[in-house]
Design a protein around this ligand. Structure first.
Ligand code: SAM
Length: 285
């Protein structure tokens, strides 16, 4: 499910639908920039408004008024997730200590008390206060805890979606543009390895997982959550994974503390150490 590209999955050129407004507006984000609306059609715009944005817009204004420390993109996507969660949970069911709620609250018991958690907590409280005015303060507090857990699960299991623009130069990597975040349930089952055997690419909002070396039958399929062994020492990789995803990496390269690529260069024959100049693209007249 791609939350950020809704409600128009057929229109991949709609960008940042989480920071849109459906008509010209003077609302500014926390960086004092005007929020931008980009839709592929009028139909799409109307669908967004009636589907979720009416509520989202109210939340955003309320949230911005509170001047909570949260960047607009994150608060936008988190708001949308919470609105969806609240619509499936029903506040009353949440408060009866249902097995579903107990299950949600039991997730991620080892959360680290960091800045991001604090922001998520504030947002969850704000949205529950705005969405569930009919509940008592105590009930809203309980509901906010459920929402906080849902957001944390999303944050740990979702992926950034980017689009690569084809630029015929060695700088092609820099032309990647982040267009949102999404949860892909099957892909979320993949563990991280600092020596991953797959990579992810995106094609019009669809995530494609590709093997980057032969994978034997029965071998575990690993994804990279970011850090990779060759160019980064174990301590730094572990620190990043701990801060961003809250786990201690036990992949082979961390367990055996594989050396950095540069540190093994002395063992590589001289002719292999020479840079190879192969033009990436052939010019065509
Ligand atoms: C996106 S989930 C991956 C699927 C998860 N293993 C499961 O069973 O649902 C991410 C979680 O898996 C665990 N994990 C993933 N890669 C790991 C690694 N290299 N070392 C230790 N734990 C890892 C961590 O608990 C992390 O929070």
């Amino acid at each position: 499910m791609c939350l950020n590209l809704e409600p128009c999955p057929d229109c991949p050129w709609v960008r940042r639908t989480f920071s849109i407004h459906t008509r010209p507006t003077n609302i500014l984000n926390s960086r004092n920039e005007r929020l931008q609306a980009l839709y592929c059609s009028d139909e799409c715009r109307k669908g967004a408004w009636s589907g979720y944005h009416q509520l989202e817009c109210r939340m955003r204004r309320k949230y911005d008024l509170l001047k909570a420390p949260c960047d607009p993109d994150s608060s936008g996507s988190w708001t949308r997730i919470m609105i969806k969660a609240l619509s499936t949970l029903t506040p009353a069911a949440c408060l009866e200590n249902s097995p579903r709620v107990a299950e949600i609250l039991s997730l991620l018991p080892d959360v680290y008390d960091d800045e991001k958690l604090e922001r998520i907590r504030k947002l969850a409280k704000t949205i529950c206060a705005a969405c569930c005015e009919e509940l008592s303060a105590e009930q809203r507090e309980q509901l906010a805890k459920v929402c906080e857990r849902i957001l944390l699960v999303f944050q740990r299991n979702s992926y950034t979606i980017d689009e690569s623009h084809f630029v015929p130069s060695i700088d092609a990597f820099r032309s990647r543009e982040v267009i949102g975040r999404a949860m892909y349930p099957t892909v979320a089952l993949m563990n991280h390895s600092c020596d991953a055997n797959t990579t992810r690419v995106y094609h019009l909002g669809t995530q494609v997982v590709r093997a980057i070396r032969p994978i034997k039958k029965g071998e575990q399929i690993f994804s990279s959550y970011g850090p990779e062994y060759g160019g980064m020492p174990k301590s730094r990789r572990q620190a990043i994974l701990r801060k961003k995803f809250y786990f201690e990496c036990d992949c082979d390269s961390c367990d055996d503390d594989w050396p950095l690529i540069g540190s093994t260069m002395g063992q590589v024959p001289e002719f292999l150490r020479q840079p190879i100049h192969i033009p990436l693209l052939k010019e065509v007249n």
